[in-house]
Design a protein around this ligand. Structure first.
Ligand code: ADP
Ligand code: ZN
Ligand code: ZN
Length: 732
């Protein structure tokens, strides 16, 4: 007999879907959730197809237990994007779809705004004489309150009425309950520009006209230095979109979601705006998701995962600071939000604008090959002037907690003039290692191939790669000497040393340790703005999204580690950091300067960056990438594997290598590197190896992976080893 069957994607780490019977009189929909039993569990899954045949005998199939949605969770474009992402990033569909849902939907909560509970008087309630209720004043109060019309449950609670009393009065038949859909906000009629707009300069006007001239999909790189008016361009692009009743999605980096950014959009448009970021709780996340889908928000600003918000009528996507590494998700579905955003815009047939002062090399390449339109803003808006910069060659110089004498002198000059100074050091803690002065032994994490970082303030040695921490030891574990010395400089040491060097100025340190408490970062930033601190020390965290008008000197304490890193992206990141900080310091009346400390002032990339700017630097870096066959000229896949037994991991990756090389599409343009030990060869007691697959084009890469993955899964070792596939990894 012909029985209707639903194919369901479940949140399990398996690359397949599962068939369930559709019970009579139930109507699951493709893209909607169902509740099914799976082994001994009950799981929420997504229906991906409905049909009449199954690879399994009908008698073996279980029925769907409950249909949770009577309409799809996502519109066709977004649903298709999610399926595409699952296949492109080699992540099981059920898991990928679960990933894209707010937690409450994963738990089976209804996908609509919760109806509000209202209480109203019944006929008998209305007829109750209030003075007959002298001994039950609360009950009388309820009847009295409802005499003027129904009130919501929440509203009644604010009048000091308890739910129990309400129940009692309900049982007496005096009041009853009604469900009301909350008021739908109609924002379009209120759409209005509420602030004075600056007169656009020519480049801004051209950029806006270019995007507007072309309805439908187009990807635009907006390359403009900090302060050149990119945000002003975004605001102008949103105007016709919002006026037409369409919505806008704005993606920002992990910690770029500052109140300043949000306020600029709020000040300009009178439309409801939602933000999505890691600080939201489950119901706030759900509310933002619904606001997008039900057209209750005109603008949604959010970090990476906001890309998966459904929209009733999306009109444009903006990706600000598109080069930022936080757009890449580093676990589970390892997607790149910028790349997926371009794909989404394509599927939705709308424009997308990628903005940056330091575009990623991949993005520049796409603009140069004509895949993206190139728009530029070359001048700072208003009359801010660009920062000056210089290099301090520290070869042979004495370094005081990492600071050279010329740098200290320069700092003194700026501080004495009443300005602020900002120092970057990408290493938290007091020092990155602790060594025995007598025998050279270094304190090392037992579980990782890594030294302990000394944290003097908390009196601990901490491993930055696993959660291990222990009290500082006072004796060498090898020779028993008590002469243990910190080696190298971290932000904590720099802070302590600055207090001695500049006792008359106040220092603040911004890193992951000092900003752990909620709200701490915001408080520090506010205090910096109010000039409560004169010296600011920070890791990269300090560089993102914040403007410091009183900072006139920025110094990068140590750029050598980036120049000579194993990661081929390190120099690009350094250049981006340098340009970003240079752009955020100073203002028209107080131009900033930027100093770099290095042992290699002659380094070619450094030279082009300093003397010719990011544009020339990026061309030189792209040429190097082309010669070395690195992205964007090839595409990489990183296979990471780890287990307690090092040999097994290596063996497993050897077999994976064999599978890749045996692929029918693998030819001499393809290349597999490894297995090699991972940069951190042992972490938390596990041995880590990696394999890199290098392929000239994406299609071939996808072909190889889609054939190889099922074969890898069949390897007996695949079950004993923790492994993952990272397509287009950001960190090698
Ligand atoms: P970006 O996003 O590129 O850093 P912004 O859009 O924030 O640049 O602009 C920097 C500053 O210049 C802001 O204060 C903004 O209001 C101002 N601004 C932008 N465009 C203009 C313009 N055409 N005329 C005058 N001021 C402008
Ligand atoms: Zn020793
Ligand atoms: Zn460790």
């Amino acid at each position: 007999m012909n029985h209707p069957i639903a194919r369901v994607a479940l949140p399990v780490p398996l690359d397949k879907t599962f068939d369930y019977l559709i019970k009579p009189n139930t109507t699951p929909v493709i893209g909607g959730r169902v509740l099914v039993s799976f082994g001994r569990q009950r799981l929420v899954g997504i229906v991906v197809a409905i049909g009449h045949d199954s690879d399994f005998p009908i008698q073996q199939l279980k029925p769907i237990q409950q249909v949770l949605d009577n309409q799809p969770l996502w519109q066709p474009a977004l649903f298709s994007l999610l399926k595409w992402a699952s296949s492109y990033y080699q992540y099981p569909l059920g898991d990928a779809l679960a990933n894209a849902m707010p937690a409450l939907l994963r738990k089976g909560r209804e996908a609509s705004t919760t109806p509000l509970k209202y209480w109203h008087l019944t006929e008998t309630g209305r007829d109750q004489p209030l003075n007959g209720l002298k001994r039950a004043p609360k009950q009388a109060q309820i009847l009295n309150l409802l005499r003027h019309g129904p009130l919501s449950h929440e509203n009644l609670l604010t009048h000091d009425v308890s739910s129990t009393t309400l129940k009692t009065v309900e049982q007496k038949g005096w009041i009853s309950e009604q469900q009301h859909q909350p008021q739908q906000r109609q924002w379009l009629p209120q759409f209005e520009i509420t602030e004075q707009k600056p007169r656009l300069n020519e480049e801004q006007a051209l950029a806006i006209a270019t995007v507007n001239s072309n309805p439908g999909f187009g990807c635009y790189l907006l390359d403009g230095v900090t302060g050149s008016g990119k945000t002003e361009v975004y605001l102008n692009l949103l105007e016709p979109i919002l006026a037409a009743g369409k919505q806008a999605l704005i993606l920002v980096p992990e910690i770029g979601l500052t109140p300043q950014t949000i306020n600029r959009f709020k000040r300009r448009f009178k439309v409801p705006l939602e933000t999505i970021h890691s600080g939201l709780n489950d119901s706030e996340r759900m509310a933002a998701w619904l606001a997008g889908r039900d057209n209750q928000a005109g603008i949604i600003i959010g970090t990476r995962s906001a890309l998966f918000t459904p929209f009733a009528n999306l009109g444009i996507i903006i990706v600000d600071e598109e080069h930022d590494a936080s757009y890449k998700q580093q676990d589970s579905l390892r997607y790149h939000a910028r790349d997926l955003a371009v794909m989404r815009a394509n599927k939705e047939n709308i424009p997308i604008v990628l903005g940056s002062a330091t575009p990623a090399l991949e993005t520049l390449h796409n603009a140069q090959t004509g895949k993206y339109h190139y728009l530029t803003l070359s001048k700072r808006a208003g009359n801010a002037s660009a920062a000056r910069h210089g290099v301090i060659d520290v070869k042979g110089l004495y370094l005081n907690a990492g600071l050279s004498a010329p740098l200290i002198a320069e700092m003194r000059k700026h501080l004495n003039a009443g300005n602020q100074v900002m120092l970057f050091l990408n290493r938290r803690g007091f020092s990155p290692a602790m060594m025995c002065h007598e025998c050279g032994w270094i304190a090392e994490c037992d579980r990782c191939d890594a030294y302990y970082t000394l944290h003097q303030q908390s009196g601990e040695l901490r491993c930055h790669h696993c959660a291990t921490q222990r009290p500082i030891m006072h004796q060498c574990q090898q020779c028993g000497s008590t002469q243990l010395l910190p080696v190298g400089v971290g932000t904590e040491q720099l802070e302590a040393q600055l207090a001695e060097l500049f006792p008359e100025f106040k220092t603040v340190r911004i890193d992951r340790d000092s900003t752990r408490r909620k709200g701490a970062l915001e408080n520090y930033l506010e205090a910096i703005k109010n000039n409560e601190y004169q010296i600011l020390i920070g890791t990269q965290m300090l560089a993102k999204g914040h403007h410091f008008p009183n900072v006139t000197l920025v110094a990068l304490i140590d750029v050598d580690s980036a120049l000579f890193s194993n990661d081929f992206r390190a120099s690009e990141r350094l250049a981006q950091l340098f340009i970003q900080v240079a752009g955020r310091a100073g203002r028209a009346s107080k131009p900033g300067s930027v100093l770099l400390q290095t042992h290699h002032p002659e380094h070619q990339l450094l030279q082009s960056l300093l003397h010719k700017g990011y544009g020339v630097f990026s061309q030189a870096a792209l040429t190097e990438r082309r010669q070395a066959l690195l992205p964007p000229f090839t595409h990489l896949v990183l296979l990471r594997a780890e287990a307690n037994d090092s040999d097994l991991v290596c063996q497993f990756l050897q077999q994976v290598r064999g599978i890749f090389e045996a692929s029918p599409v693998y030819d001499q343009d393809c290349c597999v590197l490894g297995p090699n030990p991972a940069p951190l060869a042992r972490r938390a007691g596990r041995f880590r190896w990696q394999l890199i697959l290098q392929i000239p084009n994406r299609n071939k890469l996808q072909q190889i992976l889609s054939i190889a993955k099922p074969a890898i899964q069949l390897l007996p070792l695949a079950k004993k080893i923790r492994w993952s596939i990272d397509v287009e990894p950001q960190d090698l």
